[in-house]
Design a protein around this ligand. Structure first.
Ligand code: C2E
Ligand code: MG
Ligand code: MG
Length: 564
């Protein structure tokens, strides 16, 4: 049978405008490429759209018209399953109206008077292409809970605003709920949903007043793209008050990061910066608002560089382990009892980097494992080497990061370390920072029991800087308390601080574990600690952290003292 060759018909575009001149101009621009039909008001437009619902590719819609205006047309279209996915480009001279139309789900806007033909054609072509290929972008994709845009839709629009309206100076705002998982855990998911919904409502109310767009980026993360403003404190206060009003007896805290508008910065980058600013707030109860600035930018660039350079650093032997001695001051002269392994990074361009520069960064992004693996291996090797060379056992403490605790192979790794180097488990000690104990004490408790079962000693690092309760301490199996440096700093001048040191020592006595005082720098500090019956001291007074060959001199001196 003869089959007629299918002829590709041009796509159908409906132009809706009450002014004949505008219809004509668009007709001339589009006629060569598309089949164009016309309507002069909203009602006619809806009739046409319904009549051509199956083959209409695009509606170009004036907003201000008699009988029924463009907004009403969009509204009616969105309410009608059969035509709600047909894309709409709005034609308007008013920026505020465009934004409102976008919020209602228009796919794009073209400003009057019309751009040169090529621009109009390109925009029309792009929207049709976008909408016919995949799921229609014009059907505004909302997050059901908050009725804000979802992530992809939001960024699609933000990009358009940015590219087509360089004169709109928009800021990026990232808004989060502090510890939202605990809000959920303590009050139930329904309550959590209420919080999100009410916050979403308030964000929408704000947008209606000022123009802008917003999305729930994920979980409790909101992104807002709106006209530049200065009063972010006020805005945060407004959202915070709304959230407070939900349940006055539940504490829910918001934090906000802002990247103010700047020339040539795309929305994606703007929001990265806003989120980085927002993350800086974490834990700082005093300042729930951070505005991205040049310092943050410099820090971010440095962070990116350190992340990039880390892998080669390990290969090129830029990472070094330094050792700082701990002395037992119950002896006279004090006796070298062990050492703490501390990482140093000899960066070819940035110089010698101290851990404060990079440890917190790598703890956040998970790369800390690379550092810790290196330090543990190096320390175990060094301990074995010194055991053999001097026939002198010097236990080495290594730091275990919070994130290491979630590594299911941790116990196996540490075990191998000891066995591969033919060490005794008491040769390697593990320092775990106090704050890790408060974070997930159940997980930690199991882990520590296992490690102690093997014979490792556990030292609680930075004790007194966190918030461990006495109750928790007594159930936590630990072998040593390392008193945080801040206790020592002012003991010479402050009686209160001397009392606090005494409190820590009393706690340790109650737990029946020795205390290491960290950060001891002066003879007077040492005397005070001795009088208070502190057992062990680590600090510049005895020695700074040293490279292995210099540390050997301390071992040799110790052996010499013991011999006499
Ligand atoms: P930390 O474990 O509490 O280590 C003690 C810090 O106090 C070291 O700083 C040490 O140099 C410093 N210190 C010792 N005595 C004195 C003193 O008398 N005065 C003063 N002002 N400081 C003193 P460092 O080496 O800069 O390390 C800082 C922190 O970085 C460490 O605190 C530890 O939390 C972390 N860190 C260091 N190396 C590693 C590592 O290999 N892995 C992990 N995960 N963290 C590490
Ligand atoms: Mg430590
Ligand atoms: Mg410490």
């Amino acid at each position: 049978m003869f089959k007629s060759k299918q002829i590709q018909r041009p796509q159908l575009v409906l132009v809706v405008d009450d002014q004949e001149i505008n219809r004509d101009v668009l007709g001339v621009i589009l006629n060569d490429t598309y089949e164009v039909i016309y309507a002069c008001n909203g009602q006619e437009a809806l009739d046409q759209i319904r009549a051509h619902k199956d083959d209409l590719s695009l509606v170009m819609l004036d907003l201000i018209m008699p009988v029924m205006n463009g907004f009403e047309v969009i509204e009616s279209m969105r309410a009608d399953e059969e035509i709600k996915d047909i894309p709409v480009i709005v034609l308007t001279a008013e920026k505020d109206a465009e934004l409102k139309a976008l919020q209602m789900g228009a796919a794009d806007f073209i400003t009057k008077p019309f751009d040169i033909d090529e621009v109009v054609l390109a925009r029309v072509g792009r929207i049709i292409e976008l909408c016919e290929g995949r799921r229609l972008i014009s059907a505004a994709e909302h997050d059901h809970l908050t009725m804000l845009y979802n992530k992809s839709f939001f960024f699609e629009y933000a990009n358009r605003l940015y590219h087509y309206h360089p004169d709109l100076h928009f800021d990026a705002i990232a808004l989060n709920i502090e510890q939202f998982h605990s809000v959920n855990a303590l009050n139930g998911r329904d309550f959590g949903d209420d919080v999100l919904r009410i916050l979403g409502n308030e964000i929408r109310a704000f947008l209606a007043e000022t123009n802008g767009i917003a999305s729930r980026f994920e979980a409790d993360h909101f992104d807002i793209y709106c006209k530049h403003r200065e009063d972010y404190e006020e805005l945060l206060k407004r959202f915070q008050q709304k959230v407070n009003s939900i349940a006055p007896n539940v504490s829910i805290r918001l934090r906000m990061g802002v990247k103010p508008w700047s020339e040539d910065t795309e929305p994606l980058i703007m929001f990265d910066c806003a989120r980085a600013a927002c993350n800086m707030v974490r834990g700082d109860y005093q300042k729930p608002l951070v505005v991205y600035d040049d310092d943050m930018r410099a820090r971010e660039l440095l962070d990116r560089r350190l992340v990039n350079d880390l892998r080669t650093a390990a290969e090129k032997k830029q990472l070094q382990v330094y050792y700082q001695p701990k002395y037992n001051i119950n002896y006279d002269p004090p006796k070298l009892s062990s050492a703490e392994a501390l990482i140093r990074w000899e960066h070819p361009e940035l110089g010698l980097l101290s851990p404060g520069m990079f440890i917190p960064l790598f703890e956040r992004n998970g790369l800390i494992g690379i550092i810790d693996d290196f330090v543990w291996h190096e320390s175990a090797r060094q301990a074995a080497y010194w055991n053999n060379k001097y026939n002198f056992t010097i236990p080495i403490s290594v730091n275990i990061s919070r994130t290491d605790m979630f590594d299911t192979t941790l116990v196996e790794k540490l075990k191998e370390l000891v066995e591969d180097n033919h060490l005794d488990y008491s040769n390697i000690k593990l320092e775990i920072t106090e704050s890790a104990y408060t974070e997930d004490s159940k997980l930690l408790l199991g882990l520590i029991k296992e490690l102690r079962g093997l014979g490792f000693e556990i030292e609680m690092d930075d004790f007194g800087s966190g918030y461990s309760s006495l109750n928790m301490l007594s159930s936590m199996p630990i072998d040593v308390l390392k008193m945080d440096m801040n206790f020592i700093r002012n003991i010479e001048t402050s009686e209160t601080d001397r009392h606090l040191v005494q409190v820590v020592l009393d706690i340790a006595k109650y737990l029946n574990v020795p205390v290491v005082a960290e950060g001891v720098e002066t003879e007077r500090q040492l005397e005070i600690l001795k009088d208070a019956h502190c057992d062990l001291v680590q600090g510049y007074y005895f020695s700074r952290p040293l490279p292995p060959d210099e540390f050997e001199k301390l071992i040799e001196k110790e052996i010499e003292t013991e011999r006499n």
